[in-house]
Design a protein around this ligand. Sequence first.
Ligand SMILES: Cc1ncc(COP(=O)(O)O)c(C=O)c1O
Length: 483
Amino acid sequence: MLARNDNQQLFLYRQVIDLVRQMQQQGTLRAGDKLPSLRNMASRLQVSVPTIKQAYQELERQGFIQAREKSGYFLRASSQSQNKLKKPRLNSKPTQVSRQQLIEQVYQGIHQPGNLALGISNPTAALSTQKAITRALRRASNNDTLSPFSYGPSYGCLPLRQHIAQHYFSQGLQANPEDIIVTNGAQEAISLALRAIAKPGDVIAVESPCYFGILETIESLGMLALELPLCAEDGLLPDDVRKAISRHKVKAVMISTSISNPLGSWLTEERKRAMVSLLEDAGIPLIEDDAYGDLYFGPVRGKAAQYYSQKGLVISCSSFSKTAAPSLRIGWLLAPGFTASLQRLKRAYSQSSSMLSQATLIEYLRGGEYERYLRQLRQVLQTNKERMISLLQRELGEQVRISDPKGGCVLWLEFPKAMDTNLLFQQLLAEQISVTPGVLFSATDRYRHCLRLSFGLTWDAGIETGLQTFSTLARNTLDSLSC
Ligand SMILES: Cc1ncc(COP(=O)(O)O)c(C=O)c1O
């Protein structure tokens, strides 16, 4: 119970604040943990619910806890206001990409049995869908109307395209299922989108840092990447896009619609709208990568850029890999202005996507668990994020800046410039820990001191030990630099 006399009565909420802070210091509450509900705390401390609410709101204002829609209040990793990531200063010119050898090593590290896979962005590993998808697979195998063992239409199964259209409808966009093309993951969607509008030697403006799968696709198509700086908090600024298209002959701009990989930045609706209108006025197609759109941590989902399109120059790419199972390899394209050419390309390059995967997904979506699963997954990912940030801050302190992702499942770490994360990556592999070195996220060497870590994992003692090993090796490397 809290101490009270007449004077203190007014400040009861301050005592609640002190108590929560004490619980954090003593380790009773850890980053990512849920605080007792308002009612529960009020009855434990024998004060009123409004007093607890006032205290929680103040703690939220201070950035100490976070309110989550319909879930309550959660302890955050300690505030990083002193140590925020800055927007990179880029003097970009179109650049040829070449990172193949290192990418192969990263994938080997990820797939090596027994390795701690901090290098892979697989959010569903944090909350497995295996049982539900296995049940759906069984139902799909017996559903002859979906022809799961046959060749299928190049643009995909109609019930799946209808489901994807409903997904857009819930964002206020009326998409015609006829304009949706089912692909082999977002990766194929991006590749087909690039082929549909650009040719070798053309310049594609991308975010920087940029997901390495996009850079590798640009490389494989012989196109050039023009890197535009991302703000860690706000994503791409329309002004930077305006400057880039006035200085270079940009054939297409590729952006993450809501949540970027690796920064986890969030593009606001105003900026998205401005970006679409700027590019459509200039006659430049916008390819949006919305693979992480459903994994937002704020109160609402960001809309697809397609929603703001007036002239049909937006090509939307997305996927079920981050929200159902990457192994199904099912993504999609929605591009009313390019449907015919994209359908032709899909047929030419992969004929169709697996009917068994599509049928499984249809059965899974019909099962009705998907939305609930997504809500739970977002909660688990947020808790993991806070735990990982807290542990890294404790172990590495001021020696590292850490992103504060607005969704998704990865953290971006920035060490002092002298750090070489390629070397750290090799040392970590020897310890059976896979991470993704920063150089992969640019066509240049500009992120050699950075690194991406995934919190898309089932949190357990093994992860904490792995992160401690990671921190020890990182500290040793930093110490050797200052000698
Ligand atoms: C930003 C981004 N876009 C696209 C993809 C590819 O997604 P998919 O597995 O559906 O091909 C990924 C996968 O990691 C990604 O992180």
